[in-house]
Write a new protein. Sequence first.
Length: 56
Amino acid sequence: MLALVLVLLIVWMVLAIIGFAVEGLFWLFVVACILFVLTVLAGVFLRGRAARRRPR
């Protein structure tokens, strides 16, 4: 699961850089930034949830 989150974060960063570099694709930058933040939040939420499931 962690690998998937890392791959998604890398993809969103690349899309954000492309969107920022090409002026006509500013919308791509915005979408990539939103997806980046959502992926980080999902990763934190799922990681915290998995940590609570483990018996001590």
